[in-house]
Design a protein around this ligand. Structure first.
Ligand SMILES: Cc1ncc(COP(=O)(O)O)c(C=O)c1O
Length: 346
């Protein structure tokens, strides 16, 4: 039996029904007259998030980069959490392509408050400083543990940012997980931001694709930049059809992933040498620490990889992510394998 793959929610394969939807999609050249299925997806996503327009792009990384580049000038400054995906995992595009410098918040598990970030906004009129231009918020916060932002807290940060003349971008790669976790609609978050990126290739289970939403002038700039960066796709309707299918059929099942993440915690919580910070498990991610008696996190992942695949995310920190292909039986198997990895039979 292949190992249970909990490395990421990006490992999913399209389901048979999703493949049928992809095969049946009407197509066109999205750089010339436009692809009808891409247009349908863009309209659907814009409506879901309550924004003027959406732009379909190949990846979450590109959606974030276009958000930064279309709202800032090289030399401007962005304020964000020190472990946010944009800075930690996106190959320095914020600096190399958008030309931004950053100031970091160091809040709780990736979340920060209006009072945390406001002192980081430098004075606009001092010639020593770059111009503060954008606040980036990650929701759910990946390295924080898949933490969803309370809507009020996000609204306060955004409100303070706007009052100080800064724009607000939400990296909502897993906004679909955040919404059911806090009990809100995507538009209730998006209304506070100028741009939001969302991914279809994570919890929703699509093979490829993300979108950036915002007002019409910003998305027009982003569309132009997408072409410059080589992200304009031609007959992309098959990929858009997967995303339409996933929004219609997979969005409501995020809570199943969240429940299975809790189940995994239950299964491994008693294993010797393993500690799970339950407060940190709020959506589809389970971060747990391994005691040095079990070796490093990398050693532990290596030891159990015949039965369960996970990623080491720090010297003693392991990440397991629940997704579309993980059913109850897979969770039981993963939990048992992790326990066996500690030599316990729990
Ligand atoms: C929070 C967050 N933002 C952005 C991305 C980037 O998405 P992609 O891998 O599609 O570039 C990821 C990827 O895992 C992510 O976790």
């Amino acid at each position: 039996m292949p190992p249970v793959d909990l490395r990421s929610d990006t490992v999913t394969q399209p389901t048979p029904a999703m493949r049928e939807a992809m095969a049946a999609a009407p197509l066109g050249d999205d750089v010339l007259e436009g692809d009808p299925t891409v247009r349908e997806l863009e309209a659907k996503v814009a409506a879901l998030l309550g924004k003027d327009e959406a732009l379909f792009v190949p990846s979450g990384t590109m959606a974030n980069l276009l958000a930064l580049r279309s709202q800032t000038q090289p030399g401007d400054e962005m304020i964000c959490d020190h472990e946010c995906h944009i800075v930690y995992y996106e190959t320095g595009g914020y600096a190399a392509v958008a030309g931004l410098s950053v100031r970091y918040t160091r809040g709780e598990r990736g979340l920060f408050t209006a009072d945390d970030f406001e002192p980081l906004v430098r004075m606009w009129d001092d010639p020593h400083f770059p111009t503060p231009r954008l606040v980036a918020i990650e929701n759910t916060h990946n390295r924080g543990g898949g933490i969803p932002w309370p809507v009020d807290q996000l609204a306060q940060v955004a409100d303070r940012a706007h009052k100080r003349g800064l724009g607000v971008h939400i990296d909502g790669a897993r906004l679909w997980n955040a919404c059911p976790a806090v009990g809100c609609e995507p538009s209730e978050y998006a209304t506070h931001a100028d741009t939001v990126s969302v991914c279809f290739s994570k919890g929703l289970g699509c093979p490829v694709g993300s979108a950036l939403v915002g007002d019409a002038p910003t998305i027009k700039r982003a569309r132009h930049l997408r072409k410059m960066l080589g992200g304009s796709m031609r007959q992309a309707g098959g990929l858009a059809a997967a995303a339409i299918y996933a929004l219609d059929h997979h969005r409501d099942r995020m809570t199943e992933d969240h429940a299975r993440a809790q189940k995994l915690c239950d299964l491994i919580a008693g294993a010797p040498g393993i500690s799970v910070d339950r407060e940190r498990v709020q959506t589809n991610m389970v971060y747990f620490s391994v005691d040095e008696s079990l070796g490093t996190a990398a050693d532990f992942c290596e030891r159990v990889k015949g039965d369960v695949l996970m990623l080491d995310e720090g010297p003693q920190s392991v990440r397991a992510v629940v997704h579309l292909h993980i059913d109850d039986e897979a969770i039981e198997r993963a939990g048992a394998a992790i326990c066996r990895g500690t030599s316990a039979d729990c």
